[in-house]
Design a protein around this ligand. Structure first.
Ligand code: PMP
Length: 421
């Protein structure tokens, strides 16, 4: 068998203080943001030695920096399987990418979006006619809901918003099937790959989608760089997302001529270091794809099976317990407030999870059986990443079992400054 090394993360082996003594930090919050890879840090260190603004003349540093920036774009294009004629636009994050696309849609575009989406994918379409599809009860149900919605009389342009993997349940959406339904109805598809890309191969052509959106900080690069990649016609026809230098071919007394291509929407001095970091992460994840998937499948299965086996713990899914998922699990503990559980896991065990509604309020409210969001209830999300070990999973399961049986050692009402590094 081919063995591929897992890309290493910079923060591996980080020791944090807890009430029970210092422990190796068990990071189960990768779905929020991932630690940087060692190779990403090296790429950033190297880029920081000499840089300038991109595409600003023939000076040495600007030339070098421009070359890095365009190489980064090519690496990202390869990572998402960009087709001939597709554009790769660097943005700040997925939220920014969705807002850019929303601004670039032809005026008469009708948008179809499931209520389960992250707010970044749910909310930017406010200036367009939007059809909200209800939370589906199964993958087959999602297909029926989409097909039925697309059958109605419609405007000339249509866009379907799909997520690759839910940031709430980790469930993998049937993107190929749903994209085929959209295509048959003449609609375009944008894929939210923010949670999917860190775990699975994204390929625009293979998945049959028109656009893909992702964030560097969920892909083992630091904050500040994201991507919108896909078909160029609407992007080239749209008013530039930001008006300013870099997006202009010429500015005269008579008016402005804007660039086409990615530059049209990247006005201002771009985040070259962020792009270099993101590209280095894409490179490492592509090279280690098999190892990443094997690591996460094994630890993700242990995590979800272990949580389900604990008395007093409830886990959540949209499509059923056996549906394919990336290594993300959302759960609650009977009788315990989720933010208290999250604080206790940090303070007592050195375990980082996320509590809340994960910027997907409609989805979480339905899962918690609180469709109108009236109860203050939230959930806990544990997400595996490259720095997670089998010991971390065992520690989390033991800690959750202990909390479910005995509750936390303290109330953690005030900010627990004592355990912050
Ligand atoms: N989509 C999904 C599925 C996400 O999980 C997130 C981040 N939680 C986003 C979009 C938004 O990403 P960002 O905050 O980087 O813009």
């Amino acid at each position: 068998p081919v063995t591929v090394d897992l890309p290493a993360v910079v923060s591996a082996g980080l020791v944090v203080p807890t009430l029970n003594g210092p422990v190796d930090y068990a990071n189960f919050d990768h779905a929020a943001s991932t630690p940087a890879l060692v190779s990403v840090k090296a790429a950033v260190d190297s880029a920081l030695r000499t840089y300038s603004s991109v595409h600003r003349g023939n000076g040495y540093a600007s030339k070098v920096t421009s070359a890095w920036y365009e190489q980064a774009r090519e690496e990202v294009a390869t990572f998402v399987g960009a087709r001939d004629g597709d554009q790769v636009v660097f943005t700040r994050n997925s939220t920014d990418s969705f807002n850019l696309l929303a601004r670039a849609l032809p005026r008469d575009t009708q948008v179809f979006v499931f209520e389960t989406e992250h707010h970044a994918a749910l909310l930017p379409w406010k200036d367009r006619q939007t059809t909200r599809l209800p939370v589906p009860g199964s993958a087959a149900d999602a297909a029926v809901l989409l097909r039925t919605a697309l059958m109605a009389r419609h405007s000339r342009h249509r866009l379907v918003v799909l997520t690759g993997a839910s940031n709430v349940t980790g469930e993998v959406w049937p993107v190929r099937e749903l994209a085929a339904i959209a295509r048959k109805a003449g609609a375009r598809v944008v894929l939210d790959a923010a949670q999917y890309a860190p775990h699975r191969r994204v390929d625009l052509a293979d998945l049959g989608v028109d656009y893909v959106v992702l964030s560097g900080h969920k892909l083992y690069a630091p904050f500040g760089a994201g991507v919108l990649a896909g078909r160029s016609d609407w992007l080239d026809a749209a008013t530039p997302y930001l008006a300013g230098g870099g997006a202009t071919k010429a500015v005269t007394e008579r008016g402005v001529t804007w660039h086409t291509g990615a530059a049209r929407h990247e006005a201002g001095s771009p985040n070259v270091i962020g792009a270099v970091a993101l590209a280095a992460a894409c490179h490492a994840l592509r090279a280690g794809a098999e190892a990443v998937e094997a690591h996460e499948t094994s630890l993700g299965t242990a995590l979800i099976d272990g949580l389900r086996a604990i008395d007093g713990v409830e886990t959540y899914s949209l499509f059923g317990e056996d549906h394919e998922r990336v290594a993300v699990a959302t759960f609650t503990i009977d009788g315990l407030d989720s933010s208290l559980v999250s604080a206790a896991l940090s303070a007592e065990h050195g375990i980082g999870v996320r509590d809340g509604k994960f910027c997907a309020h409609l989805c979480v409210d339905i899962l918690l059986d609180d469709p109108y969001g009236e109860a203050p209830g939230t959930a806990i999300r544990a997400s595996v990443g490259l720095g997670t070990t089998a010991e971390h999973v065992q520690r989390l399961l033991a800690a959750v079992a202990d909390l479910a049986a005995n509750g936390p050692q303290a109330a953690y009402e005030a900010t627990a400054e004592g355990w912050l590094p």
